[in-house]
Design a binder for this molecule. Sequence first.
Ligand SMILES: Cc1cc2nc3c(=O)[nH]c(=O)nc-3n(C[C@H](O)[C@H](O)[C@H](O)COP(=O)(O)OP(=O)(O)OC[C@H]3O[C@@H](n4cnc5c(N)ncnc54)[C@H](O)[C@@H]3O)c2cc1C
Length: 470
Amino acid sequence: MTSPGTASAPLGTDGALVVVGGGPAGAVMALYLARQGYQVQVLESRQDLRRHDVDAGRSINLALARRGIVPLTELGVFDRVEPITIPMAGRIVHGIDGSTNFQPYGLGGEAILSVSRPGLNAILLDAAEETGNVSIEFGQRCRGVDWDEKLIVFTDTDNDDQMTQVPFGTLFGCDGANSEVRQAMQRVNGGTTTIEPLDHGYKELEIPAGPDGAFRLGPGGLHIWPRGQLMLIALANPGGDFTVTLFMPFDTPAGKDQPTGFDDLPDLTSAEAFFAREFPDFVELVPDAAEQFMANPTGDLGTVRCTGWSRAGDGVILGDAAHAIVPFHGQGMNAAMESARLLSRRIAESGDDPDHAFTVFEMDRKPDVDAIADMALDNYIEMRAGVADPDYLIKRELALELERRYPDVMAARYGMVMFTTMPYHEVQQRAAEQQRILTELVAGVDSVDQIDFDRARKLLGALGPLPAEV
Ligand SMILES: Cc1cc2nc3c(=O)[nH]c(=O)nc-3n(C[C@H](O)[C@H](O)[C@H](O)COP(=O)(O)OP(=O)(O)OC[C@H]3O[C@@H](n4cnc5c(N)ncnc54)[C@H](O)[C@@H]3O)c2cc1C
């Protein structure tokens, strides 16, 4: 990095703006830059998902929340995205006995939106091209960066991996969790990366649509089958089917006497026994669950924490490249798009000095992405176990009652993450303080009727008012 105060060349005056990666972060970044009048070149390693099925085996639908909706709205594309979404207003928890319990996400019917990953990405790529300022090339895999010569090395997957060099003025690394740009950058800027792999993985399954495209479960919520060390979740798609994700340890956890880990279910017989034991109502709905389990790949999950997001004013990383998180808060893509929004704001404020814009962006954003990384890990424990736990349920009921009575001082963490743009680190701090108060209030209490609400109001009041947005 150049030292603060040493201005780098204004953005766009010293060569092309190149975005590596055309996923959510790259496409939204390109759109913001295009809207600010810059010419942008996007280079993406995969084939064009508008013409090829490139997402096979990856999560097909995602939860879109406020932090993603705000940039899409600012960019004028949310009107095109909304029709392909399905609102989910709460969790629908499936017990082992086949019972279901709906837990609303908020008091005002707030909903997160199930959206097709390729459907959303296609809308973003179309919108970027329609600006007339963005060109997109596919089949271009970044292999490294020569910062002195300002060249990016690509291999062309359509042409026998032929090597090409693309000159750049400013490089935006949006190439996902295994970012080549991040690695190239950190070789020269002294940054560090920690990759924390999770000892749980995931596998996608499908609940097919019923006759005439009918949903075979209610589509208005996120279905969860919590089972302690593991869980299934299902999100509806507009075609009547559901994308199901099984999250589970790789190895059977200690204390389990039956195989309950991806690596311990090697054949159809063991997989059938596993589903019959853990998810009997799911097997009634999806009789070939074990066959799907055997046929589909197992994915890894992990958290990427890194420093050194920029190289002088020459390049910056964002999205999963800088801050990949586990998917249990449904925030990775939302955070990636929010990062593009915040970076574009920094550029608008100091585009004449990109080094300054990038440095301030990292300084501001790093505490927030660290906070959501932690909260996403916490939420896994809550989703797979806590949602069915009595202590969790009384605290949740009390939290909702407190929100109803005192909305100026009480808001659930989930809602602050999903339905506001309050900085993540502030959400984390506030939620920790509220949690401490909830624990204090429920001590020795069996039901919410026994709570001393005057005391609750006093304790919450001491935290100060919530931001108006909440
Ligand atoms: C199972 C699962 C469920 C999830 N659910 C949710 C959810 O509900 N809500 C949510 O907000 N997030 C969710 N996420 C997280 C979300 O998928 C990511 O955070 C999001 O896709 C990050 O966007 P990105 O553009 O930074 O990276 P990516 O989506 O990874 O995009 C990177 C792009 O760069 C391209 N690329 C990679 N390497 C190169 C290279 N060397 N050269 C050129 N191009 C390259 C890739 O092909 C890709 O198009 C989930 C993730 C998983 C695994």
